[in-house]
Design a protein around this ligand. Structure first.
Ligand SMILES: [Zn+2]
Length: 64
């Protein structure tokens, strides 16, 4: 599974999820070293990263 969005900070597609602890996965950007929220599984950390990517796009969420 590797369907990560590009980094919301530098736009780099070079992001990967790493196991940082027992039941702790975190997505890290290889471009600017930004990290996403820690999730209990690789899939959850990826979902959290992608969610943060969406939330970082204010132009797409002005309807609220
Ligand atoms: Zn980055």
């Amino acid at each position: 599974m590797n369907n990560l969005d590009v980094c919301p900070f530098c736009g780099s597609p070079h992001t990967k999820s790493c196991e940082v602890d027992i039941n702790g996965w975190m997505v890290e950007c290889m471009g600017c070293r930004a990290t996403g929220p820690i999730g209990r599984t690789e899939a959850l950390s990826a979902a959290a990263w992608n969610k943060r990517f969406m939330e970082s796009q204010p132009a797409l969420t002005t309807s609220a």
